[in-house]
Design a protein around this ligand. Structure first.
Ligand SMILES: [Zn+2]
Length: 80
């Protein structure tokens, strides 16, 4: 798979964004949701398109200030 090769070359262990499928750099602003990892911009664009409002993001997921969790995770799961 191309995804596997990309991971090996550039950023070992970096997840691919669930929306644009580009790798999410370790220190890039990112959102960790139940459905996967997203660039923060990608997640906000997707969320806004779906719900018509910006998501409530909580910084500091897993002790990393670049990572955000979605406060309305239950709402996202319900709608998915
Ligand atoms: Zn993305």
């Amino acid at each position: 798979m191309d995804d596997q090769n990309l991971s090996d070359i550039s950023m070992k262990g970096a997840p691919a964004c669930g929306r644009c499928h580009m790798l999410v750099a370790r220190y890039a602003p990112q959102v960790v949701a139940s459905t996967g990892t997203y660039h923060r911009e990608c997640f906000e664009a997707w969320y806004f398109g779906r719900y018509g409002k910006r998501p409530a993001l909580l910084a500091g997921a897993n002790g990393d200030r670049h990572r955000f969790q979605v406060r309305e995770a239950a709402e996202v799961r319900k709608a998915a």
